[in-house]
Design a binder for this molecule. Structure first.
Ligand code: NAP
Length: 305
């Protein structure tokens, strides 16, 4: 017979890894399934994390590794596999993956989110040829070049600050006249001489053959159209939940799994944690907190069922 775990955690970002730490301390027979070779999720591609208490200025990659090391030290078990779907068979939940199928009494869904696409001409064609979704991964290719960042949230502003260190000029293209990013980030951004914020402006088209040459934009207030000469376009217009494998099983809202702070979803025994669940604030600290709360809910469920 298949081994039946107490808990399978799907995803190894801050939510999944915090859940692994709490599950090990609760002595639950647990497996963490991760898609990528490296744990940490979105935090891995963050240049610097300045709002995780106690670790000011830590590199995102280093923080991701620390989360993983902590889970490893406590003896957490990991499997690298791609989750295709989950099945709810009452007291047993099945996790069907590309390589294996796993069974558990409870699940924590902690698959996080991925970068959202803009959907403009040139975006797909020039992806990897000047169009990027990760400034910390690809920024170094644009040393002394002109780049544009599209978006007005934390990621867009952090990316523009990061790129300003190496690019000769950075345009930040934002569709409104107010940034969504944290005020401290805005202050840093607006103090940089080689960053120009292009307010009330949307990107229409990314131009170039084989590599990015320019970005066509429109001012939504005046209707004025401009072509900006840029060699790189960094798209930072938010995230989409990674929840396709759970469709039809747990209730969702715009792809986010409906769950409160306790992680309880519409299906008994299945819990959600981190960016993939409905929540007002998506940060590393709230993802980690979700992992802890979800394991507490798992323990309660296992006692009662
Ligand atoms: P976000 O906060 O949702 O911001 C997305 C930005 O893209 C917004 O400014 C939005 O404009 C703009 N946008 C969305 N769709 C667009 C479109 N079609 N065309 C043009 N612009 C568009 O996303 P994020 O910056 O990726 O951050 C994701 C989450 O991670 C957030 O909860 C964020 O707080 C968190 N995060 C936190 C930190 C940190 O605390 N240091 C760092 C990184 C990420 P509008 O403003 O007009 O809506």
């Amino acid at each position: 017979m298949e081994h039946i775990y107490d808990l399978v955690i799907i995803g190894s970002g801050p939510a999944g890894l915090a859940a692994a730490v709490y599950a090990q301390r609760a002595r639950l027979d647990t497996l963490v399934i991760e898609k990528a070779m490296v744990s940490g999720g979105q935090v891995l591609t963050t240049y610097e994390v300045d709002n995780y208490p106690g670790l000011p200025g830590i590199g995102g990659y280093d923080l991701g590794l620390k989360f993983r090391e902590h889970a490893d030290q406590l003896g957490a078990a990991f499997a690298e596999d791609d989750v295709v779907r989950i099945e709810d068979q009452g007291k047993i939940k099945r996790v069907v993956c590309g390589h294996e199928t796993y069974e558990a009494r409870t699940l924590i869904l902690a698959t996080g989110a991925v970068h959202r696409k803009l959907g403009i001409p040139g975006e797909e064609e020039l992806a990897g040829a000047g169009v990027s979704y990760c400034a910390t991964c690809d920024g170094a290719f644009f040393r002394n070049k002109v780049t544009a960042v599209i978006g007005g949230g934390d990621v867009a502003v952090e990316d523009a600050i990061f790129l300003a260190r190496m690019c000769s000029k950075v345009y930040l293209i934002h569709r409104r006249h107010e940034l969504r990013a944290a005020k401290s980030l805005q202050e840093t951004l607006l103090g940089l001489e080689n960053v120009e914020v292009v307010w009330d402006t949307v990107a229409d088209c990314i131009n170039g053959e084989g590599m990015v040459k320019s970005l066509s934009v429109t001012n939504v207030k005046t209707g004025e159209k401009t072509d900006l000469d840029v060699q790189g376009v960094f798209i930072a217009v938010g995230i989409s939940p990674e929840s396709k494998a759970f469709e039809g099983i747990v209730d969702m809202d715009h792809g986010y799994i409906k769950a409160g702070e306790d992680g309880v979803t519409s299906v008994p025994g299945i819990f959600a944690a981190g960016d993939v669940r409905t929540k007002p604030l998506r940060q590393i600290i709230t993802a980690a907190a979700d992992g802890a709360n979800a394991v507490t809910s798992v323990e309660r469920y296992l006692i009662e069922n």
